[in-house]
Design a protein around this ligand. Structure first.
Ligand code: IMP
Ligand code: MG
Length: 187
């Protein structure tokens, strides 16, 4: 049966200009907070790569960049606490000021796991910047140090965020709604 992809809608939530403005503001704030200190950005693949690429060019700091990637296994609809690293850091972070760059903070499960993993490597400090935050969905007591936009409980794609691997290339952040309005399986 045709899953009726034509009934999928993509309403713009945050346009390119708003995102660019906010990323510049975050860059200025982070640059001021870390003034005189080198910072290691740790991007969480894949969703954060577009945001990181823009943010890093707004940082007036001595910056190095690393990435990690992991998968979470759940019931297919929600991410779960069961997480596996599929790409570890290339460089040690012991003694460094680490700034994790995330695309979106949702239930907080992934982020809580990530913090535990990175803290075990004894960095000097860890902070987190997330482009998007959905605090109404939080199940774990975690929060970001820097938030681009606080958004309601909607499923968004674009600017690096995907649904089943698609839509990462959209230059803005859009609300994905399907015909049935069920949450996408990639969530
Ligand atoms: P958490 O463990 O529930 O906080 O999961 C966060 C991860 O779920 C994010 O890094 C995204 O990969 C994914 N995610 C959560 N909400 C969305 C969304 O609205 N669009 C796309 N991916 C999302
Ligand atoms: Mg992610």
């Amino acid at each position: 049966m045709d899953p009726a992809p034509d009934k999928t809608t993509l309403e713009v939530l945050l346009d390119q200009k708003a995102i660019a403005r906010r990323v510049r503001e975050l860059g200025a704030q982070i640059s001021a907070d870390y003034r005189g200190r080198p910072v290691r950005l740790v991007g969480v693949l894949k969703g954060a790569w577009v945001f990181l690429a823009d943010l890093v060019r707004c940082l007036d700091l001595d910056v190095t960049v690393d990435f990690l990637s992991f998968t979470s296994y759940g019931d297919g609809v929600e991410s779960s606490g069961s997480v596996k690293i599929t790409k570890d850091l290339d460089q040690p972070i012991a003694g460094l000021d680490v700034l994790i760059v995330e695309d979106i903070l949702d239930t907080g499960r992934t982020f809580e796991y990530l913090l535990g993993v990175l803290e075990a490597h004894n960095p000097r400090s860890i902070r987190v910047v997330t482009l998007l935050d959905k605090p109404s969905r939080r199940l774990r007591p975690v929060q970001a140090d820097y938030v681009g936009f606080t958004i309601p409980d909607v499923f968004v794609v674009g600017y690096g965020l995907d649904c089943g691997g698609k839509y990462r290339n959209l230059p803005d952040v859009r609300i994905l709604r399907t015909a049935t309005d069920e949450p996408p399986a990639a969530r």
